[in-house]
Design a binder for this molecule. Structure first.
Ligand code: NDP
Ligand code: TDO
Length: 258
């Protein structure tokens, strides 16, 4: 390589961002944040894998065991082993039982994932002195009213999904672990199953679609949740008094007939 090319190459290398935003110094000192992302394949989990990568060293796992690590939220023993092995500074739980209608006939499954798993995660986070990041839903409220819900509004879930999600939230708050609970609503993304995908699937099979028009909500992109979430996680990690429950939705409102 001639001198000019070599100089250009070195210059270019100098501008390469270090992997994950962390360089050899942080690695040597062990000062990078270790993040365990549970459920990297759902709508929000998929986007979080991308948005969390610049702020720490992310171990992203799905439900199935991979590299000896299980992400199955219905198996507390396996989950404990995973957390002990990764020894994270931050545990991010993007998994949930999100089949709202099915939860009515399978309440025990909904409770196991949405309520009992968070109890266990919160206990583990407390023991490990780690943060727990968790996601919840507008369904913890009763759906009445005409203005956006405030974080402190009275809860009143009317279905099994909402009840079990509220139980999960409350367990985390009561556990005493440092946490961020982000309540969001009507999540959509290009990659996974959601209302839009359901409608496209049904439209291919049916001549007519019937969609209720009396629910008003704020559709929120998984990408937005992940980007804002990552920013808040990094800020809160260095400012522990920010531990708490937050609403994280897009602005505006519409009905399912949008
Ligand atoms: N979707 C929405 O409209 C809304 C979602 N939320 C909340 O946001 C969060 C993220 O939701 P979203 O990304 O949309 O959810 P998705 O339905 O896209 O993903 C849920 C994920 O949870 C995983 N999961 C279910 N059971 C288990 C288990 N036993 N162990 C490990 N993983 C499991 C599923 O894995 P698998 O693919 O293997 O089944 C799936 O990938 C959840 O807490 C949800 O309650 C809040 C408001 C609205
Ligand atoms: C498929 C379908 C749904 N609907 C109604 C049912 C429901 O009230 C609404 C939305 O349909 P979904 O299947 O997306 O419903 P649902 O699963 O209730 O949506 C919710 O998901 C969970 C995880 C949340 O936390 C919520 O914020 C919300 O996004 O549309 C129709 O009216 N016609 C239809 O053909």
């Amino acid at each position: 390589m001639d001198e000019e090319k070599q100089a250009a190459s070195q210059h270019h290398q100098g501008y390469m961002p270090p992997y994950n935003g962390y360089g050899p110094a942080e690695a040597e000192q062990g000062t990078f944040l270790k993040i365990l992302l549970l459920c990297c394949k759902g709508q929000v989990g998929w986007e979080l894998h991308r948005s969390l990568s610049p702020i720490g060293l992310v171990t992203a796992i799905a439900r199935q065991e991979e590299n000896g690590l299980s992400g199955d939220l219905s198996d507390p023993k396996a989950l404990s082993a995973t957390i002990k092995s990764v020894s994270p500074d931050i545990i991010v739980n993007a998994a949930a039982y999100t089949a709202v209608d099915q939860a009515e006939s399978k309440p025990e499954q909904s409770r196991r994932i949405n309520a009992e798993a968070p109890v266990h995660l919160a206990r583990m986070a407390k023991e490990a002195d780690a943060w727990l990041i968790h996601f919840s839903t507008d369904y913890v409220f009763d759906g009445t009213g005409t203005t956006p819900w405030k974080e402190s509004a009275l809860k009143g879930p009317i279905n099994v999904y909402g009840k079990t999600k509220l139980e999960g939230e409350e367990a985390i708050r009561e556990s005493g672990c440092r946490h961020l609970i982000f309540r969001t609503s009507w999540v959509y993304s290009a990659a996974c199953k959601n209302f839009i995908h359901t409608m496209l699937r049904l439209a291919a099979k049916r001549d007519r679609l019937r969609v209720i028009d009396d629910q008003i909500g704020a559709p929120t992109g998984a990408e937005l949740i992940a980007d804002v979430g990552a920013h808040v996680i990094r800020t809160a990690y260095y400012d522990k008094k920010l531990s708490g429950t937050y609403h994280l939705t897009a602005a505006g409102e519409t009905s399912w007939n949008f």
